[in-house]
Design a binder for this molecule. Structure first.
Ligand code: NAD
Length: 283
């Protein structure tokens, strides 16, 4: 079994991006990310802090817009439109969740597709589905970068994704299809889940249930990618995969923490630098 070290790979990507940003700075260009947070979700505050830390390290400017839970839909859309029009802002990220009374879909739809560094705007979602260059949502993009970095061949392989959310499972279907995998997606209504997962050469768990994937659900030699970030009763971080036992069967496996999580942030940074290059006509 080989561990896929997301932390190490993410660090390498951040270092490369730092050099790219230094080159951009020489041309008088400074990438900038705007982050909008509405309400006070505790987990989101941690994620946002990690994102701002990564920006600092790479040399990406960062501006936070903290709105209270009474913010109206009109105010939120107004803010996004303002940021769309600001030339100094290259990327816009709306941290989810936002209060339930607000329509997050409408908000994502309003983000300029050239500043949509999370890849949630329908234009980017559509482009991904037809294999055109676009902003790919950061977690699936991180998964793909990990497979590439470890020279894991996807073409012709049976890839099984558990979870069909708009931010992970669905975009990952397209990413793996674009790499010529045979993709199956499972979800909470899937019957005979184990029979399907046991067919997987590449198994991606993105369902949000602690240690749900047991060794009897995994084929010998499978590549196992654990997207889950869950809190155990003791307050520890745990993935969707029973790492201790599944790792004995897998050929490659990602840990939690230190796997997909750091890659998600690295790919966000990658997307901000890409958006900056687009805005300045460099690509
Ligand atoms: P979600 O709740 O939106 O979606 C969960 C999906 O899993 C759904 O499609 C559901 O049908 C499926 N599912 C639930 N129970 C199932 C079951 N018993 N069998 C089969 N399918 C089942 O979740 P999400 O936002 O996609 O996140 C999934 C997990 O990934 C969570 O633990 C989340 O914290 C984590 N996550 C991690 C990162 C990262 O950077 N590593 C990023 C996003 C999400």
């Amino acid at each position: 079994m080989q561990l896929i070290d997301g932390k190490k790979l993410a660090k390498k990507i951040r270092e490369e991006l730092k050099e790219e940003v230094e080159e951009l700075n020489k041309k008088g260009i400074v990438p900038k990310l705007a982050v909008i947070m509405v309400g006070n979700d505790k987990a989101s505050s941690v994620y946002v802090k990690n994102k701002s830390k990564a920006c600092d390290e790479i040399g990406i400017k960062y501006e936070e817009f903290l709105k209270d839970e009474n913010t109206t839909q009109e105010e939120l859309i107004g803010l996004i439109q303002k940021l769309n029009n600001r030339k100094d802002i290259n990327g816009i990220l709306l941290q989810s969740p936002i209060p339930k009374k607000l329509d997050i879909r409408e908000a994502f739809n309003c983000i300029d597709d050239n500043k949509d560094v999370d890849g949630f705007n329908p234009v980017n979602v559509g482009k991904l589905s037809i294999g055109e260059d676009c902003f790919i949502s950061c977690t699936p993009y991180g998964v793909i970068k990990m497979l590439e970095a470890y020279n894991i061949d996807v073409e012709g392989k049976q890839a099984v994704i558990i979870g069909r959310s708009n931010i992970v499972g669905k975009p990952l279907i397209q990413c793996l299809l674009n790499k010529n995998a045979t993709v199956t997606v499972c979800h909470s209504k899937t019957q005979n889940l184990k029979e399907i997962t046991k067919q997987a050469d590449i198994l991606v768990a993105a369902l949000g249930k602690t240690k749900f994937i047991k060794e009897d659900m995994v084929k010998e030699g499978a590549v196992v990618i654990d997207v889950g970030i869950n809190r155990t009763e003791e307050g520890k971080l745990a993935g969707d995969v029973d790492f201790e036992n599944v790792s004995k069967k897998a050929s490659y496996i990602t840990p939690v923490p230190g796997g997909v999580g750091p890659m998600t942030i690295a790919m966000l940074m990658y997307n901000v630098v890409k958006a900056t290059k687009i805005a300045n006509g460099i690509i």
